[in-house]
Design a protein around this ligand. Structure first.
Ligand code: FAD
Length: 310
């Protein structure tokens, strides 16, 4: 039976985490089909059809799919799920919003945050904030899985030429409606998927200092900005910058932690980064335990120096 990937998209393009999810789907065996449920979303469906390894795109297009409301997307997924051995979602806010609903409606267990596909029934997933890896096996007829994107290489976004089939659309559930959103705009890369992340902690002391000290470094490096939970809770950085167990999981090529102590809940979100640089004035800070390069110094002195050198 084929494997179904639920695409994350903005109706015009496919989000990067979908590409990692396609790689995980290919490891499950079987053809990989991608569902694009959106509104005025032909461009997203076409982008999905070009993903390398995808055999078929299922396109459900209706105004009530515009904002990806969980109730409507889940109903569409459940309508076709029984034709598939697996239903895979990126383990992003959007995927995690829909997947549990799909699993419950199908009366199967969800496998959350898979980091490895051992075989079609068996997966690895982190537990205890990433301090242990559980191997889980499911005998459910349909496996509903969320996929940790940082654990799988992204499939090539080009090279495929899958046919696109228009799907019969499931009616609006009427259970929820979109009221509005306030989205902070910035020119920096998205935190998830960024090659370089500059992150700040409680040490920054204010949002003004975050902008004054860390933003120039991020701008010079073309990096995304991240933050510890302490910095977010104190209002120094927006909520969607939080890295860690209860924030975003990132694995950039370079992660620069400035004034972050290295609590396990923070490490859970960034320890798979390729190169970790830590700047902290306390030589005993736990972040130095996982850093490839550590600088024991006052960040307010050395970060501006670093910016000047770049
Ligand atoms: P602190 O621990 O206060 O560290 C500040 C660091 O800055 C210190 O090491 C200090 O030496 C250094 N410093 C101070 N001044 C300077 C200076 N001028 N120059 C250089 N260094 C300086 N945390 C997360 O980050 N992400 C999560 O997702 C998350 N989830 C959590 C979930 C749960 C259930 C719980 C209980 C906690 C969670 N936490 C999370 C919180 C976590 O335990 C820590 O409290 C938090 O990460 C600490 O943030 P921090 O490193 O910025 O602050």
């Amino acid at each position: 039976m084929p494997v179904l990937v639920i695409a994350e998209h903005d109706n015009a393009s496919i989000k990067g985490a979908t590409l990692n999810t396609v790689t995980a789907a290919l490891a499950c065996g079987g053809e990989v089909h991608v569902l694009v449920a959106g509104s005025d979303s032909s461009a997203a469906a076409q982008a999905a059809s070009r993903i390398s390894g995808v055999s078929r795109v299922l396109h459900a297009d209706a105004p009530h799919f515009d904002k990806g409301l969980a109730e409507n997307i889940a109903a569409q997924v459940v309508a076709i799920a029984r034709d598939f051995s697996h239903v895979l979602f990126p383990a992003t806010a959007a995927g995690k919003n829909v997947a549990p609903r799909v699993a419950a409606l199908l009366d199967v267990a969800q496998i959350s945050d898979a980091t490895k596909v051992i075989d079609a029934d068996t997966f690895e997933r982190p537990i205890y904030a990433g301090n242990a890896i559980a191997t889980v096996q499911s005998t459910d007829p349909i496996k509903v899985v969320t996929v940790r994107s940082t654990a799988f290489e992204g499939a090539a976004p080009d090279g495929g030429n899958a046919p696109i089939d228009a799907m019969p659309v499931i009616a609006d559930s009427g259970l929820s409606s979109f009221v509005g959103s306030e989205i902070a705009k910035n020119d920096r890369p998205e935190l998830i998927g960024a090659k370089i992340v500059v992150s700040g902690g409680r040490a920054l002391g204010s949002s003004d200092k975050f902008n004054e000290v860390l933003a120039p470094l991020a701008d010079k490096l073309g990096a995304a900005l991240g933050a510890s939970r302490a910095a977010v809770d104190a209002g120094y950085a927006p909520n969607d910058w939080q890295v860690g167990q209860t924030g975003k999981i990132v694995a950039p090529t370079l992660y620069i932690a400035c004034g972050i102590s290295g609590a396990i809940q923070h490490l859970a979100g960034m320890k798979d980064s390729k190169i970790i640089v830590a700047i902290n004035k306390d030589g005993d800070a736990p972040i130095f335990g996982i850093a490839d390069y550590g600088l024991e110094a006052d960040l307010f002195e050395v970060v501006p120096e670093l910016v000047a050198q770049l």
